[in-house]
Design a protein around this ligand. Sequence first.
Ligand code: PEP
Ligand code: MG
Length: 851
Amino acid sequence: MDHAAPPPDAHVTEITPTAPVAAASHGGRAKCLQRLVRLEMPLPRTVALSFATVHGIAAGRMPDIGALVAGFDPGALLCVRPSSGDPDWGGPGAILNIGMTDARCRALAPRIGAEAARALYLRFVESYALHVARLDPDSFEGRDAGQPDALKAALAAYEDEAEEPFPQDPVVQLSEVLRSMARAWEGTTARILRQARGAPADAGLGLVVQEMALGVGPGECGSGVLQLVDPETGLPQITGRYLSQSQGREALERGLPSLYLGRDPRGPSLEELAPQAFADLKRHAARMRERLREEMQIEFTIEDGRVHILDGIRVPRSARAGLRIAVRLAEDGVISRQEAVMRIEPRAISELLHRQVAPGAPRDVIGRGVAASPGAASGRIVFTAADAQASAARDEPCILVRRETTPEDIRGMHAASAVLTERGGMTSHAAVIGRGLGLPCVVGASRIRFHFERRQIACADGRLLREGDTITVDGTTGEILAGSPAMVEAALDDAFTTLMDWADAHRDIAIRTNADTPADALTARNFAAEGIGLCRTEHMFFEADRLTPMREMIFADSPEDRQEALALLLPMQRGDFVELFRIMEGMPVCIRLFDPPLHKFLPSDRAGLRDLAEALDMAVSDVTRRVESMGEYNPMLGLRGVRLGITVPEIYDMQARAIFEATLDASRDGAPVVPEIMLPLVSARREVEIVRARIDAVAAAVRAERGRDFTYRLGVMVETPRACLRAGDIAQHVHFLSFGTNDLTQMTYGLSRDDAGRFMQAYVAEGVFREDPFHVLDHEGVGELVKIGADRARHARPGITLSICGEHGGNPDSIAFCRAAGMDYVSCSPFRVPVARLAAAQLAIRDALQN
Ligand code: PEP
Ligand code: MG
């Protein structure tokens, strides 16, 4: 190797310890290689081409390649590798063995053997033909290097297709390789692809040209990769692969996997073949870990027992391994705890909490929708909640497929492994409940055609799936897959707990949970939620034993009859609240009073109407008429929320009593409870005044009956635009305001949260919305209303507690908004609590670092 003469051309930079190479101008690989050079790793000579140079090459401005080639050893073969800002953005693959010609092949034969030389030449001709000359793949793929005429045939095929002989000038070869890689990067498809992976529009490509250390010749030779951790678990374990020249020929020809580094029954390990090289590699990897502050994968060759390091990349890793690697690096003092917290994407945490389709598993995608609740599950298709329950009773996993779910489907959802709906968006019923239960869910799968009457679904590619067929719902990606691919289990291990503890040390906004049931509350406590920010009480009325008194209450002709039905519900509600208070052990519990339109509790099909007629001892026709008369044209803007509290006040009276009695019961033998009562869908101050007077009266009655005192906090859910604007007025009557950004988004945009899924993908793809506003809070519109509301409330009542309890509470970008708006806490579904804890900690750390 000739290190003496740097290429005279100014556009190319030899990577030396002091060369002006930066990730921002030359890409991550070039910078990393320079770090390896500084660590005095045995690296072959390497030259970096900057983003500007490569851009120039694509535009036809080729630097002096003759000079570049002249800087390398005259007998050397070269390789070119991409060096972009982020390896995840993709880019052209590496091209090896550049410089291989008829003459070089002959010259190499005495040193490495004629067969090995021909094999190298053949591989180069093939990759040049495919990736540089872009010839027909059928003519160049799959030739057996062991066949004596394989090289000749490939060269003839090249000449035939390209209508010129294979280039024999290394300068021409390298120029063409560089040109093809530069152009591939600038192509439209590549640009769209990398932008989809988060690359900026003007992301540049650098290239590195490296002399090849072939790993062929006398003595122990070969090539491989090595790392010090298991890429799936992140646990310390030397893994990788090594293809020895002496052992590898056979393995390669038979298409067997290459030899493993560890002891492998199929052949000797690297440790046995080249003990010194193995020890050197381990030493190099450990040094890289310490100095580059990262677990690195080394790409290496061995020549006559001597190690050459070609490249070092961050070990590719699963979400689970990423977390353990960060924790171990911090525990070993390589990075700080704070840095470990910053290294984990909150999204990765969500992956850890659920089963996922195994990363490499084949995916037979039959449809797509909104990824409404993460995790994946496989099961047989069922079309009704009752069938889901029957399936669960048989211990048979099932996927509940519905047009959209309603509260009546909740038990079926509990029984199903996952849910798929034709309609809906991020905050539709199936999505909210799915996230609450940790149940994978895809909604708004509009490209699949659902034939509910025939119990079939028709996929876009024409396939027809029937009830009983197995599908997989991947709620992380929004894909629906045929069959049941391999899965990886959720991984809540000690590394997860450790990292979350470190995160909490930095966090400055509280995280509560949305929990309706004791099971939700327990899950959220396991994830260290600091209270319940939203308990949607209506979900408690769908239990089988409650639905009938609920319906009797709805059908009651007089307040007295209504009271009677409610009296049956009171002890059940009280029991619910006692259990929640006990689980939360004195942490705040915010209970939202009844919200949905009453007719949601009434049956919609014939069988249900008949059952109800039987229960109420009425004629089916009478029941049907009554149900129809309660229908509304636009129920979500109709008689619901606090409007029910004012027009049918007995329901809120019963709920307030249940809350106060439960407060006293739970406080008697447990931590003292100060319940929070929240009124939904408020739009006017007077609504609060009226309901507050009744709740105060119930509180006074319970105090008098029980002879014991308690306090409670009253709050309003701000989910209408008018409530934001009148927040100053409303705040004077309450202790807290919680922004219900699901309804607030729906009402601000005039966009149905249950129907938006149908066109949301098109809207985001067209750039009408930057993101689904039900998923990521719209800072500009909805956010402005939230800010106005928060400011006016604080102005009218300094010290008022402010929070958010819409689904946005679990979204990192939305959490950033809430934190900046000075909210006291965010509340999100239980499985998003850890995501929110990490995201909030990262915001605080980022702020601290900037100040
Ligand atoms: C909301 O509207 O933001 C909310 C949390 O309430 P729900 O989703 O129950 O309407
Ligand atoms: Mg709401």
